[in-house]
Design a protein. Sequence first.
Length: 445
Amino acid sequence: MSKDRKNENKAAKPRKRGLWWKIPAWIVAVIAAVFVILLAVNYVMSLQLRQYIKSFDPVDYSGIDRVVPEIDPATGYYTMTSDRDLKIMMLTDLHIGGGCWSTKKDRKAVYEIISMLQNEKPDLVILDGDNTFAVPGPVYNGGGTLNNYMATKDVISIFEHEGVYFSTVFGNHDTEVFDYTGRAKLGELYMDDKYKYCIFDQNFTDSADIPTVTNQIIVLKNTAGEITKALLLVDSNAYVDNSIRAVLDWDYDIIRDSTVDWAAKAIADLGSPKTVAFFHIPTSEFRIAYEELETNNFNDTADSQYISGVWDEKMDETVHSRIWHGGITRNVPLADIDKFFETMGPDGMNVLEACFCGHDHVNNAWVRYKGVDLCYGYSVDNLAYEDINYSGLQRGTTIINIAPDGTRTTEYKNAYKDCGVSANAFVDVYTDRLFYENGKPDGAM
């Protein structure tokens, strides 16, 4: 064979590529495979959690004259009408992870929630936010999934199976910057007509009018047609912007002015009845009252009275920044952070009777500020705070009874001591000391 022919054959052969392009391709393929496997595993875990929920009996309401919430055509609001006391149960910070890393803790939370429902038999449950915690795990005690939509279905399944009417506000963890589902779409899920017991409703006819997502009014009446109380569910939003930086800095949002304006007009249109508000992140008045009481050794001041409970159990800057969402990071006077209390409270419309919040899982304090009750609710969290699943003094529910004449009473029920929950059903839960043992203010329990 001639030299020219050899060179021609050599040129015709394809040149072998190097390995450089295969390495990133394999990395992408492995990541994609892991992602698909996690999706499948988390889906199976979710189905198994719902099967676990179905293993419980529904709440037994036999012998109780159940009050069915119905939409009043005159107002468009869900209305509960009765001449007996209505029992409102507030549950907050359920933190259902919905993934493979949170399976055991999710089951523990479900067991506790259902046990409290069966013990209390509430007429209505208000979920006060952070129902889910769809955070990649096991980092930061996450559930191991980004699918907050699926985790939300798990939460809804609890109340649908138990046959308990409920509604919700959102917290900062119901939708994360990295989650699949945004707030608006998650709100639509709660409003799905297939759910018989979920009465979540935006109360808006035009979505463009919605200032934020979870805002609702539920009206309580007696059979004489008198409004005995307005339950105002308010969206305190999540973070100041949709960025990882805001999440990592715990830079929490507030109840926005547009929401306050909507609430003020809506309550006024109802005739300005006394109002009980539910939102997730505490407003600035919670901190103002706390600081007044702390300065005065938890003795009453002209504006603030300590009623009960634990407040700010861990006295360090990290927890302060988490608790007082805007007070640390915003360079404005504390009282000017939001206008909700100023508008609805005694210096404004004077309709605000009580505010219930969650967000800080180890706080369950109740104080009265300018005549308005400011109450942290007992939390359910077994997941978000490290090792909190072993701690029991802060876990439970808040019961709000409304009489036919509008009289309200508030009672805190501990899951283990008051609601028949077993302290060693999943792990040995201690109920003899606080989750944070140091820094308890004088006067707290």
